[in-house]
Ligand binder design. Structure first.
Ligand SMILES: Cc1cc2nc3c(=O)[nH]c(=O)nc-3n(C[C@H](O)[C@H](O)[C@H](O)COP(=O)(O)O)c2cc1C
Length: 186
């Protein structure tokens, strides 16, 4: 239980790699982290919230206006709860919205309310990843303080081979464990 007591907020946007985000929740929880999940509407087209609910043993959030607890505002409460936010997979769309201050859903609204570190793990078609607008948005987000887990190279679901694969859940979990261990040594 190397991450006991650590709160990880996993923000899932709508790419084919959503299935890997399910494995990521499993790995993080097995390593002792408390995990809560936010999904975009597009992410829900790939995997249902129920899957993430079962894997995380927590409610899954996707509607900014669905205020379950009257004593708190959900997106502020989640942002305050998180020790670390991971956006995985991060679509070109969500990266663009975050880089440009757009907060029009639960994921993006919570991001702007957060003060903890944010890690972004892009996953997309190789040409999307190479697009100047996407590159521009990634460098803007880096300037804003986000860290990036670069996609790896290999066979992509779209049939292309190139850079764009979401980093493997085991690798991301290892990075998270190392991050919390290094924070504990400070
Ligand atoms: C089958 C399929 C796979 C997709 N995979 C990706 C992807 O890997 N990365 C990406 O940036 N967009 C991908 N998209 C496009 C996004 O779903 C689309 O841009 C959507 O508006 C993203 O919404 P969100 O960022 O709010 O989740 C895919 C769409 C489809 C239909």
């Amino acid at each position: 239980m190397r991450m006991k007591g650590k709160n990880v907020l996993l923000c899932v946007s709508g790419g084919i790699a959503v299935y890997k985000a399910v494995a990521l929740v499993s790995k993080l929880t097995q390593a002792g982290a408390n995990v809560k999940v936010i999904m975009t509407d597009s992410a829900k087209k790939f995997v249902t919230p129920l899957t993430f609910q079962v894997m995380s043993k927590n409610d899954v959030y996707f509607d900014t206006f669905d205020e379950k607890e009257s004593s708190v505002i959900a997106h502020i409460d989640l942002a305050d709860w998180a020790d670390l936010i991971i956006i995985a997979p991060a679509t070109a769309n969500v990266i663009g919205k975050l880089a440009n201050g757009i907060a029009d859903d639960m994921l993006t609204t919570t991001y702007f309310a957060a003060t903890c570190p944010v890690w972004v793990a892009p996953a997309m078609n190789v040409h999307m990843y190479d697009h100047p607008a996407v590159k521009r948005n990634i460098s803007r987000l880096s300037e804003d303080g986000c860290s990036f887990i670069e996609p790896s190279e290999g066979y992509l679901a779209c049939g292309y081979v190139g850079k764009g694969r979401l980093e493997e859940p085991e690798k991301i979990t290892q990075l998270v464990i190392e991050y919390f261990e290094s924070e504990a040594r400070k």
